[in-house]
Design a protein around this ligand. Structure first.
Ligand code: NDP
Length: 284
């Protein structure tokens, strides 16, 4: 039976430590601030933003949610970002994705000052990560690295397979694992013989967005299985990309959904907001 990696518990522990750091900063007259820009009425986005706000409150980070109608023009949104780039009280800016079709996501991400890009999606921050000198790291892969650390899962020399090649999960994950000396393969929808490939992995990370896609046929006994997926089944229940019930008995470690990767993502966002505040105000 695999050890279940309790993302929720670890997230709370890390958030408590960040809250202590925030209290220390307050003594120096500083309060980390995060502004979240939410465009339109996407139900999943509303939930994510609410959870981010709750975490900020818990930690003592000043947070503000700016809501805009789905009809906002690209220019207007870019002006808002420019305004928050200049706003002293916000050290982190997050634009909740996805954006409506008429707005160019890349343009929007480029408009955020990289020093305030707490999501780590700006090409400058991705470039720094890929060059091996990261500043801001995409929060989901960053949170997964913290799980490995907390559960003392060694990575050097291990075979890691990542299924999914998005800029926000799969690709940055590969670079973080590489930096820790894992041997990394990135798979995607065109990968041939995916179950056989996955079965070679000591560390399997799944980020595809297909409910219960990964079955026990993909798993090497004792493997570490990280499930990033967040999908709704027919009954509206939140499920991962991995068929937890059949994979858990053969895995060495496994993350559940919910209470796995999700809470860690939010926690790393908070941590990076505090780091951004330190960098901007204390020059650290
Ligand atoms: P994207 O849709 O951007 O990327 C999905 C990737 O999975 C693509 O590279 C795609 O391949 C690949 N893929 C899709 N279907 C298959 C398949 N059948 N076999 C192999 N590869 C496949 O997704 P994201 O990276 O943004 O998110 C992935 C999942 O993670 C989603 O469920 C999302 O909700 C969740 N998520 C969870 C977070 C958390 O905090 N827990 C944070 C971010 C995302 P190709 O490139 O060839 O199309």
């Amino acid at each position: 039976m695999g050890t279940i990696i309790n993302g929720k518990e670890l997230a709370e522990k890390l958030q408590d430590a960040t809250a202590v750091e925030v209290k220390e900063l307050e003594k120096a007259g500083l309060r980390p601030g995060l502004v979240v820009l939410l465009v339109g009425e996407n139900a999943a986005s509303q939930t994510y933003v609410k959870n981010k706000q709750l975490a900020a409150q818990r930690i003592g980070i000043h947070s503000k949610v700016m809501r805009y109608p789905a009809t906002i023009s690209e220019d207007e949104l870019l002006k808002e970002i420019e305004h928050f780039n200049q706003a002293e009280e916000f050290h982190g800016i997050l634009v909740q994705l996805p954006l409506p079709k008429h707005i160019d996501e890349e343009k929007v991400l480029l408009a955020i000052d990289p020093i305030k890009d707490v999501d780590g999606f700006h090409p400058m921050n991705l470039g720094r990560l890929f060059a091996g000198a990261p500043h801001m790291i995409p929060c989901t892969p960053y949170g997964i690295m913290k799980m490995f650390e907390a559960y003392e899962i060694s990575l050097a020399g291990k075979q890691a397979v990542i299924i999914g090649r998005s800029n926000i999960v799969g690709k940055p994950m590969a670079h973080l694992l590489l930096a820790e000396n894992a041997t990394v393969t990135i798979a995607h929808s065109k990968t041939a013989n995916l179950p056989e490939l996955a079965k070679k992995a000591d560390i399997l990370i799944v980020a595809i967005g297909q409910g219960h896609f990964v079955t026990k046929e993909f798993i090497k006994p004792g493997a570490v299985v990280i499930d990033v997926g967040m999908n709704r089944n027919e009954a509206g229940k939140l499920i991962g990309d991995v068929k937890f019930d059949e994979v858990e008995p053969i895995a060495g470690f496994i993350t559940p959904v919910p209470r796995g990767v999700g809470p860690m993502t939010i926690t790393m966002l908070m941590q990076q907001t505090v780091e951004a505040c330190r960098r901007q105000k204390l020059g650290e």
